[in-house]
Design a protein around this ligand. Structure first.
Ligand SMILES: [Zn+2]
Length: 599
């Protein structure tokens, strides 16, 4: 028998949210086998310690129980055994997110990083998983959705699945339950769309038809000649909830969470903001199939899942992906140019809101993702910048600069294709150059070589420095007018508040604003302005009676202590960028049409 690592996974007690897993190692290490669970999941750059959800574990050598000792927070050592060595363990799965595992009577979902131990020294071996139905289940028949290769059982059924190695095993999340399913072909590759959760009158056909356009546009971007997708099959698996949003990319699938209200109902024709958001999320995760799952930073090739993997390049992997996600919607024709410009303006407003963008570069933000971007607090707007949103504006500015300077002969698409050909296409192939990541120092040179445009100065300022991207200037040659219509005549407190039951609570105090100068802090509860009560819903109405420069007396509770503060109302400087496409001479119109795919 070929040496393999063999797992079985069973929804053992859905009411207690427990998966039962057995792991059999035919030939364990003679001096004692080590095994461990990852501390983080690729795509979500935060230490999550998945081993904390292991609730029971025993080891057997043949028919005998053997000792297990724990070496650190996520590593165990089994006593010496000639094999086969079998581990039995239970995993608590009650995290309704795309990052770990979730199990109840209605469905099961897991990422391999939450349930499959990595067997030290066996990463490279074939891994086999038998996925079993829930024990004693006599409810609606469950099906299985995953991009993992099935080797035994009905299509979408329970049975045996296999992966070439551990890295592949944990890159195919699994959904099981009575889900809704639609399939489509994108340039000849099968794509499945799976929805778990109650969604009355879901228009699955419309979603499949819109996703097909988006997927085909992306496949054509990377492989304009062959139009070949990088995977043999792809699965969009979505958990539908009352209120939620999120996604995680994998090499041949994505796990998503969305709000029910964002999904189209049969008969609905328009594309509202919610559905646009959902399509943007799908587009984003799909783009990662190339950018980060195959074109990877050197720090992720291979992943070290025991501790933080530092890279300064997330602006390229998340920022560029964030630029292309909405751009592909307009190029695929699922939204129009006006809607696209609104999305761009929204991104610009988000970036311009925080003064943290002057303190942290996107290169630093990438490196510190583990402790800052993924662990945000009330001071984050004043302290950090998002490599997603500012990264997207950088991609936009680079794309438009290349297009303008080369008179439309080159674009950021050429850069993406060059990265794809050099690093991505063969990443999982068994050839000499496979498995290589993008070298941090080589990025500027690669961009210049592909486009002939000098990038070092721009990247020094926008990526490694903290300069704002000059949006008005880069958009002008494309006949897009940039305006910032911030309402300076409106008085502002210089803070963001949130509703906390009936109270109006301060969420963020913006550095240099009126609230900062008056001594208001995040967490304070606003009680009254000039003796009139402030509630969760009436702040704007109360403020509406004042003008810029007026001094107000503010009462706030800090914890249980009442404080009186004097605040001078300042001009509202909330960014309010709008972008509009102007009818322009032919040259600008042609550049714009090529950029937005409107030819
Ligand atoms: Zn992403």
């Amino acid at each position: 028998m070929r040496n393999t690592v063999h797992y079985t996974i069973t929804p053992r007690d859905p009411a207690a949210h427990l998966f039962g897993v057995t792991l059999t190692i035919e030939r364990p290490t003679a001096e004692g086998q080590q095994f461990s669970l990852p501390a983080w999941i690729p795509g979500s750059y935060m230490i999550r310690e998945f081993a904390r959800n292991i609730v029971r574990i025993v080891a057997r050598c043949g028919d005998d129980d053997i000792a297990l000792s724990k070496l650190d927070k996520h590593t165990w050592l089994a006593a010496p055994c000639r094999g086969p060595l079998t581990l039995y363990y239970e995993v608590y799965a009650w995290d309704l997110s795309v990052r770990s595992a979730h199990l109840d009577q209605s469905h099961g979902f897991f990422n391999g990083t939450s349930v499959f131990f990595r067997v030290e020294g066996s990463d490279h071996l074939p891994h086999v998983v038998d996925i079993n139905p829930p024990e004693g289940s006599d409810q609606v028949p469950w099906r299985v959705a995953t991009a993992m290769r099935q080797v035994r059982g009905r299509r979408y059924g329970f049975g045996r699945y296999a992966a070439e190695n551990y890295d592949e095993l944990i890159d195919h999340p699994v959904e099981m339950g009575a889900f809704a399913l639609a399939s489509f072909q994108a340039h000849g590759t099968r794509h499945d769309v799976v929805f778990t959760g109650r969604v009355p009158n879901l228009d699955l056909q419309r979603i499949a038809s819109d996703l097909k356009k988006i997927c085909e546009a992306q496949i054509s971007l990377f492989e304009p000649q062959s139009r070949r997708a990088p995977m043999t099959r792809y699965v969009f698996m979505t958990m539908v909830v009352g209120d939620g949003y999120g996604g995680l990319e994998h090499r041949a699938s994505t796990a998503l969470i969305c709000s029910r209200a964002d999904l189209p109902v049969v008969g609905q024709k328009e594309t509202g903001e919610g559905y646009r958001t959902f399509l943007g999320l799908c587009s984003h995760e799909y783009f990662h199939t190339w950018n980060v799952k195959r074109i990877k930073p050197a720090a992720f090739a291979p992943y070290d899942l025991a501790s933080e993997a530092y890279t300064s390049l997330l602006w390229l992997f998340e920022g560029f992906t964030s630029y292309y996600d909405d751009l592909m919607l307009v190029r695929a024709g699922v939204i129009d140019v006006g809607a696209y410009l609104k999305l761009l303006a929204k991104t610009a407003n988000g970036v311009l809101r925080g003064s943290g963008r002057h303190k942290q570069s996107v290169a630093e933000s990438s490196f510190d993702a583990w402790t800052k971007y993924y662990r945000q607090d009330e001071n984050s707007p004043n302290a950090i910048v998002s490599y997603y949103t500012k990264g997207a504006l950088i991609a936009l500015a680079l794309d438009l600069t290349i297009r303008a300077e080369t008179k439309g002969r080159k674009s950021l698409d050429d850069v993406m294709r060059a990265l794809w050909q050099r690093y991505g296409r063969d990443f999982y192939a068994e050839v000499e150059s496979a498995g290589r990541g993008v070298d941090e120092a080589g990025v500027d040179a690669l961009f210049e070589k592909v486009t002939g445009v000098k990038f070092k100065r721009l990247l020094d300022r926008w990526v490694r420095g903290t300069d704002d991207v000059p949006l008005a200037r880069v958009l002008a040659p494309f006949g897009i007018a940039y305006a910032d219509n911030r309402k300076r005549s409106k008085p502002a407190l210089g803070m963001r508040t949130v509703r906390d039951h009936a109270d109006c609570k301060v969420a963020n105090v913006y550095e240099g604003g009126a609230a900062h100068r008056a001594g208001v802090s995040a967490g304070d509860v606003l009680v009254a302005i000039d003796g009139l009560r402030v509630t969760a819903t009436n702040l704007d109405v109360v403020l509406g009676r004042y003008r810029v420069g007026d001094a107000i007396v503010l009462h706030v509770f800090r914890r249980d202590e009442l404080r009186q503060l004097t605040l001078e109302l300042a001009p509202d400087d909330t960014p309010s960028v709008t972008l509009s496409a102007e009818p322009k001479p032919v040259a600008a119109a042609r550049l714009r049409a090529a950029w937005l795919g409107q030819e």
